[in-house]
Design a protein around this ligand. Structure first.
Ligand code: ATP
Ligand code: FE2
Length: 328
């Protein structure tokens, strides 16, 4: 049997269908790209409302699966932008009622972690989850995913996006800065902000924009920002590995697409004699398959919700959601 999952927490509307063995049977996604500036929640939500019904159809067609072969309907309950979350949740409730299937709310961050974990084949790795809104080092312990360290201000992806928009570009900034950095030659010093297991990025944003105004070339700025920001993430990941006595690291979230970040974390982990795994890009960025897979885990553990108890939770935290499928 297959599970269908709906993702709509922010910019991406996506429907995924996965099998019991975490094979992606069907995946249909569409990303809202604002013409200028950052994401406007209501405009992104309108995009999702318009596109989700067609994406459901596309995913079913790609999977060659009939609604009767769907076991449960999962959706991202939070964290995310309220209007965007409600768009996905409404479609999920409607499908669950029409098809008479259980409804399964899923935490978006836990979904990034679970898809990366199942694809890695590693049982209990440390997780570096680096995305637009979130930057967390996570390990499982006693019934929850525990956040060992995280950003104290903005998520690393939001930092990259804001910087790129400040340099005259459009959302998303991370992939554009990655290309730009390849042509960079000179490193400029930027604030390196690690506080124990936590990081912060707003000081670097201010400093990088100031360097831009002074005429530092975009490729050099991109190289300096990537080197500094990813070194910060590598440092807190290494500290967490040492404290938690783990030897493997799995990456997740949109920023985990980045080759420089992958390389830096890989070097650190392998120098310690451990293993590093990064999922294919389509499984790092927001996607319905990760919601479907985590929904499948939750459903099998009995974590379904009645429609009246399925309200979205824009501020739901990784370390506050139960993970009954992960027994000690
Ligand atoms: P979350 O809700 O999990 O915080 P999100 O909704 O922002 O995440 P994701 O798709 O997980 O969505 O991540 C998107 C972020 O990833 C954007 O900020 C984007 O700039 C960044 N990103 C994507 N590709 C790359 C890349 N190659 N290098 C760096 N950053 C990237
Ligand atoms: Fe995400």
């Amino acid at each position: 049997m297959a599970v269908l999952g709906i993702e709509s927490t922010a910019h991406t509307a996506s429907v995924g269908i996965v099998s019991d063995r975490a094979e992606v049977l069907g995946l249909a996604s569409d990303m809202y790209r604002p013409p200028a500036g950052g994401i406007h929640p209501r405009e992104a939500a309108n995009h999702h409302v318009e596109l989700l019904p067609g994406l459901v159809r596309q995913a079913l067609d790609a999977a060659h699966v009939a609604p009767s072969e769907i076991e449960a309907v999962a959706f991202a309950q939070g964290p995310g932008l309220g209007p965007c979350l409600r768009a996905g949740a409404t479609v999920a409730r409607m499908l669950a009622l029409t098809w008479e299937k259980p409804l399964v709310p899923v935490n978006h961050c836990v979904a990034h972690v679970e898809i990366a974990r199942v694809l890695s084949g590693l049982d209990d790795p440390l997780l570096l989850y680096a995305s637009g809104g979130n930057t967390q080092v996570i390990a499982y312990g006693r019934g929850r995913y525990r956040v060992l360290g995280e950003t104290l201000d903005i998520g690393i992806g939001n930092f990259l996006d804001k910087l790129w928009i400040g340099l005259g570009g459009t959302f998303p900034g991370g992939p554009a800065l990655e290309l730009e950095a390849r042509a960079g030659a000179n490193l400029h010093e930027l604030p390196y902000s690690v506080h124990g297991m936590d990081v912060a990025f707003s000081g670097m944003l201010t400093a990088a924009l100031a360097l831009h105004r002074k005429g530092v070339a975009r490729p050099d700025l991109a190289l300096s920002v990537e080197s500094t920001a990813y070194a910060m993430l590598t440092e807190i990941t290494e500290r967490a590995l040492a404290h938690r006595r783990r030897d493997s690291v799995v990456l997740g979230g949109g920023v985990a697409c980045n080759e420089r970040l992958r390389g830096m974390v890989r070097t650190m982990v392998e120098e310690r004699g451990g293993t590093m795994f990064a999922p294919p890009r389509a499984m790092c960025v927001d996607n319905g398959a990760m919601i479907a897979w985590t929904g499948r885990l939750a459903f099998r553990a009995g974590a379904t919700a009645a429609v009246e108890d399925s309200a979205v939770e824009p501020r739901q935290r990784t370390d506050l959601v139960a993970t009954p499928w992960r027994a000690e």
